[in-house]
Design a protein around this ligand. Structure first.
Ligand SMILES: [Zn+2]
Length: 152
């Protein structure tokens, strides 16, 4: 059965596993599916269908900063960028899925809100997606970092 929520439907997809870098009882850290805008573009989802961080339960609220920080450090290290952006709209699917976006200063067209144009260009096929081998490498490296650093 496919859920009406896009994020819940993704979680129900048996092929999601290769994109998942880490998960716990309450969280899934997964790479953006193909076409991926950038290698290292991850999403941090709640497992529970919850529309907003304003609606977190006590455990989600207590763990969010810890998991977010660990995921950002893992991505920063895995794809060798100085910073990672966080965007959490909850608009396309009203289910918490924070976009964690590697910021590489050597890559023009990806600074701040330029990343939205970049995203749309990849989504529409005007710009090539990140190569699948680079995505697989990023997933593996983030998986190793998260396994070594997150203990919840
Ligand atoms: Zn959902």
């Amino acid at each position: 059965m496919t859920s009406a929520c896009g994020v819940c439907a993704i979680h129900e997809n048996e092929r999601l596993g290769e994109l998942v870098a880490w998960e716990s009882d309450r969280w899934i850290l997964r790479h953006h599916a193909a076409p991926a805008p950038l290698a290292g573009w991850f999403l941090l989802d709640t497992k529970r269908h919850v529309a907003s961080a304003a609606d977190f339960d006590a455990l989600e609220e207590a763990e969010f900063a810890q998991v977010l920080g660990a995921a950002m450090r893992a991505i920063r290290s895995a794809v060798e960028v100085p910073r990672v952006y966080v965007i959490l709209f909850g608009e396309g699917a009203q289910h918490v899925h924070a976009h964690l976006i590697p910021r590489d200063p050597s890559q023009s067209g990806t600074a701040a809100w330029e990343i939205a144009d970049w995203y749309r260009a990849v989504d529409s096929g005007k710009r090539p997606a990140a190569p699948s081998q680079n995505v697989a490498c990023a997933v593996q490296r983030v998986r190793e970092e998260m396994r070594a650093t997150v203990k919840i």
